[in-house]
Unconditional design. Structure first.
Length: 167
């Protein structure tokens, strides 16, 4: 296989390979292996089936309302949600989701990110009105149902019982 890379990209990859003391070919292969799932996991139907399961679960978390979710053509997915900042468990929910989705393990992190998103506050109002959150896959073809199962195993159980959340 021959690939013609844009000059800037090729130059950057060559510098990275040199700094890593490996060949350009080995460096490119390592990068591709880090972002390409094994062929047995490349199944877009898993995303289609799993995303509604994850969304249903997230909607049971206290103070959360899922606004939307979707899949990208290259098999990533996202869930956009609001957290009622007046809810007594709002920051507990943020802390728990941030831990599980962003930082559960340094050696084996989940292929997800949980982060705030907002339109320009000066045009749209404060956090009560416009602050949203997003959960995104950072690796394509990751089964959202698996992420739901990880959350279910780490968040208070049952997740919708507010008495199970620490205050």
């Amino acid at each position: 296989m021959e690939i013609n890379l844009p000059k800037k990209l090729n130059k950057a990859l060559e510098k990275e390979a040199k700094d890593a003391n490996v060949s350009l070919n080995a460096h490119i292969i390592k990068k591709l292996e880090a972002i390409t799932p094994p062929s047995e996991y490349i199944d877009a139907s898993v995303l289609k089936k799993g995303l509604p399961i994850l969304v249903d679960y997230i909607n049971t978390i206290p103070g959360i309302t899922v606004l939307s979710s979707d899949r990208s053509p290259d098999a990533f997915w996202w869930v956009k949600l609001t957290i009622d900042i007046q809810h007594k468990l709002a920051w507990n929910v943020v802390q728990e989701l941030g831990f599980v989705l962003n930082y559960i393990s340094i050696q084996e992190p989940l292929p997800t990110v949980f982060k705030p998103v907002s339109p320009p506050p000066y045009l749209n109002g404060g956090p009560e009105e416009c602050l949203c959150w997003v959960i995104e896959s950072t690796y394509n073809y990751i089964d959202p149902k698996w992420i739901k199962e990880v959350l279910e195993g780490r968040l208070p159980s049952p997740v919708n019982d507010e008495n199970n959340w620490s205050l």
